[in-house]
Design a protein. Structure first.
Lengths: 362, 362, 362, 362
């Protein structure tokens, strides 16, 4: 690695669930040195471990991995007053309302990679998934020009979109994709902690509705799979109909998808398209990239959240049960499993930042 | 009730999960007197409570309701040697292989209402759902004639089919139904106990495959929604594509369905069709029938297994989130919740028997 | 029932989890007519169903039983401005801080039966459990005299105390009880909803600490099992050591208890003491009383929350695995299961009120 | 490492849950080369992956870690006909009945380290826990002499005993331990898969009984904490009373323990004894040993199975909530968490074997 890939980065929203996952994703990162943690005024001025502790002294750390020691003692800054001096890039892990206000301030100076939805639907903003649409990043030039920013905002998608778009991308490229009916069985970690989902509400239960989720999946997928024409991302001409459910799983979103291909493909061709997808991207060997973007299984009982979500540290999407769909034209159907807090959130955002650095944009 | 509706009934497969649910459904039944319990040779000759106990003396009773006291002390018979003398009707709750062998023997003499799949796909056998296709029972006459039986076999469907066909029936009648893509989130009780699903396998997990389930849902639905033409059930010209999943729920199958109607209906018309379905049937006021077959909710977070499965003692299907489906022609989509061990199994079979008695067939 | 047992009652804290359970317990009550619902200013002036609904229109009803229709349309009052005119008795289901302020205002006029801990540890206040210490109610006379109240406050205990004290009472009476080491496995419903326990925190987990719970169990048990001497409740000379855990169970607190008896009893004598306890009380046949306070099982795998919590609508404590404890002097040990939101909360409070009416105190 | 620590080992019972965990524990082991896999005749002659697959081709692999590739293609031998030629040591992971028959055959020739209970209670057999009682291994000399074996059998304890004895050992050494009342909340993985615990039985439930478990905990603890006198292990003069429960947790046994110390110790002294325990043992830096045997936490909500079981790959016992117990003389109480399938099973057995090699016994 050449020295010029080193960046000093700040993390805004460092105390929340997504922020904690960024800490894990950035620990010992070969390019990115996390020098600044920021959060709401309530946390400002506190040691990081104190900022995430209850009054009774219980540390609210939600990741499976331990809190990286190098961050435990850092002092949390007030995000609203963040000094970007010496900062090369910002990761944001805040709610949409806060993002709408904070991200433009940061983007005026430096690149911002965001997990928030605030700017996803703006025409000069790409929604990026590593290996799927990395060419979309080119429109940040227009974003900088039109908004007068030195930096830019690049959001990643909703975590359910990530897995679905990852599975559709190889199909879109090889066969075309016209229609999708997708039913998700989503993990609890996707709901965060405020308010999150109560144990008594999900025990022995399914909650068949997640506010705004279906719209996000439907809208983001078309944009992500769209093509770049000059300064524009032209959405793919695709119709997506989603049913989103919450189930009693900690991590890992399962999606059952029925897909109408543009032209017919045999099941073997479809599996081959899945399995070979993204090889060029993986060959770049970016620090957070997995050896393969998609893993195809022939085990009829797989993928399962518990068994497959950790594949390649949660950066590979697992697909199984590939079979014909009898309803849709050129129809196929399958089950996919994507780790919603790894590729679908913080570590996916870090990999996105690595792409931007690799592309010379950040 | 006139005296002539009283029947003496036998239950075969009385010790299993489904059999236990029959005991609950038949306790204090106004028409059916359960006089005989039968099971495998291993249980034969034992008191019922001993037959369902472990060697250590722990009673393996799986229903939420208590074991009805009147059955606790009955002696279990050997199903293979069952004496039908004095028996008017038989309920069977055995595996398909056993049903294939036993049910013809019983049907030679008396009506058999079965939860097994053994005879579901024979052309002279109806698959019955109360309130949905009760006219199909007429073909038992052909069954008796062709097979030389004094009785007959009437199976109920797979428990996942029950909820789906119940929801499709009013749509088929009012608008026509052409295509269905359905994803189920099925409860653990549907898997029974041998082998059942291990706690360590379903904890924090989804299992996206249930052997043979999708085929059953696809095939049975067309037959159930078919029309009787003379001696034939002509299946509905419908294509059903199913994704079947096991989730960590005790009872109650949730299904997310996208449906192409034959002709367009507004969401209000669709809801009205659901809500008014089966009023004639319910007016019969059969002992196990609910006041309504379908309940429609406007609460976007419903139906949920825990909150809605017990509605009318598990005999009413709950439907919510009725909205347009953008993929399918004249498309609508919704979520349904059906109690798999009540309407979907034993109590549904008892209600089916009530229909047959009401129709003068049993 | 004589006419003079009819009371018009108000429920304060009607919208919370415990309040909802009161509605179920008071529906169609033969003595108590619930005429007034009160809650915080946020709910005041709303229809009850609106007061418990989210902005999106989802009714947050947490009981297994349906919302009794007669209460659905009642207008919720502001608890702080509650007009007691025409009210004979008040049930409170509010947090301790609110109880400290509100209950004296109500008690100045009418009897208050409370689920809150605010007054439990005052010397002129009994902590009552139906069938266990109903004679303690006599000290409300002193409470009225000393505080100048026309009414009084009678709290029920913490829900974990209820089950333990119920099990210890027959032992204390027959053998004496000197020491108890008790480990609880408590249900999620005991934590309420604000903040409650997040699904992601309890899935695949045990939380071995519930703030202030162990102290409550230890202190309340001695008082409840104490004897009335004149105007004083003299606590039982007992030492209780508690370990309180939260487990992934919806309703029903399990407690593993090791007990040092005052004098030795055989296991049969102990079981007999359990099984026969409270017969006199049950003979009163109060409307909410179960036919037996304690049920003893010989099944080594019982009691279990799922199988046993609903016994007699949650009003009977189940005890099993009665055996010798080798550590404590005259030691026995056993497992008990008590329904924390039935006998341990609202319905236990309603039964307490029935006792007070029966005793002529309310 | 000197060359003479290299051993060629066989694993008997390779296909079961415990056997699979041995594969993970032995992958890339610096000393032990796993050259032979053996199981029941049903698996004999099959490739390992085929031996653990269902007829439908689904691999039944139960570990969180992936199946180590080097073992996937090995041919499984028939355990009853195992050829020990070239084998230096055997690990057994079979049921007690099979162990009773097989282990003596193997022990006639080579050392056997066993997870089975078959020989645990023989007077010439130690029950070993790494770092707790490694000096007990000396009695294998007597075992060899009396039984005429060239090898020997060394079992590890029941997985619940492991955590409890680990926590008691530093107390016994420093203060003495007289009495223990311990309540376990045990994980599902401890029940294995045949029959295991059904999902429908443990969902929303606690099962307060595990056959034979309490006796094992009580008996094994005294022997493990005993002292070696010549050729005898003299059990510690301790009384243990156990309540064993199954809860809905995948891995990690939680135990709430109240302990009477021989002489009083302050809470700080107790914590210091826990935290410093086993430093000498850990200094040996055996391949599977953790950096510390016990970790003490001040977080009142810890230890928790989900958060703490993976500490040092499951080889460190976590202890928290150390406080006084008011019932027992010199009483303290605390919560411990031990990984039942790591230190409590396969990896604990591998570490035990490392000790035996280090001691020159194997």
């Amino acid at each position: 690695m050449s020295e010029d890939r080193r960046r000093r980065v700040a993390l805004v929203g460092a105390t929340g669930v997504a922020g904690q996952q960024f800490l894990v994703s950035l620990a010992d990162h070969p390019w990115f040195e996390l020098t600044t943690l920021a959060a709401s005024p309530r946390s400002a001025g506190k040691r990081y471990t104190d900022a995430i502790s209850t009054p009774g002294g219980s540390i609210q750390w939600g990741c499976e991995e331990a809190l990286p020691e190098q961050f435990a003692g850092m002092t949390v800054q007030d995000a609203a007053k963040l000094d970007l001096d010496g900062i090369d890039m910002v990761f944001t892990a805040v709610e949409s309302d806060a993002a709408k206000e904070l991200e433009p301030r940061f983007a005026a100076h430096v690149p911002v990679v965001s997990t928030a939805s605030a700017f996803r639907y703006e025409s000069d903003v790409p929604i990026m998934i590593p290996g799927v649409n990395i060419e979309h990043s080119a429109i940040v030039k227009r974003q900088q020009r039109d908004r007068g920013w030195k930096g830019f905002v690049v959001p990643i998608p909703n975590c359910t979109t990530t897995g679905l778009a990852m599975a559709l991308a190889p199909l879109a490229r090889r066969f075309g994709v016209k229609q999708v009916i997708a039913t998700s069985l989503q993990a609890l970690s996707g709901a965060g902690r405020s308010p999150g989902v109560l144990g008594t509400d999900i025990l022995d239960n399914v909650i068949p509705y997640i506010p705004k989720e279906e719209e996000k999946v439907q809208d983001e997928t078309a944009k992500i799979l769209g093509r770049l024409e000059g300064d524009e991302i032209v959405p793919l001409d695709i119709v997506v109909s989603a049913h989103c459910n919450r189930v009693q799983v900690r991590d890992g979103h399962t999606v059952c998808a029925s897909v109408a291909l543009g032209e017919a493909g045999s099941l073997d061709e479809v599996k081959e398209a899945f399995g070979s997808f993204g090889a060029d991207f993986c060959d770049l060997a970016l620090p957070s990239a997995p050896p393969a973007l998609i893993s195809v299984t022939e085990d009829p009982f797989r993928p399962q959240p518990k068994a497959d979500r950790q594949l390649n540290d949660g950066m590979t999407t697992s697909i199984g049960r590939v079979r014909e769909d009898t309803v849709l034209p050129n129809g196929i159907k399958f089950v996919l499993l994507s780790h919603n807090t790894k590729m679908g959130a913080a570590k996916g955002a870090v990999l996105t930042a690595e792409i931007l650095v690799h592309q010379g944009l950040a």
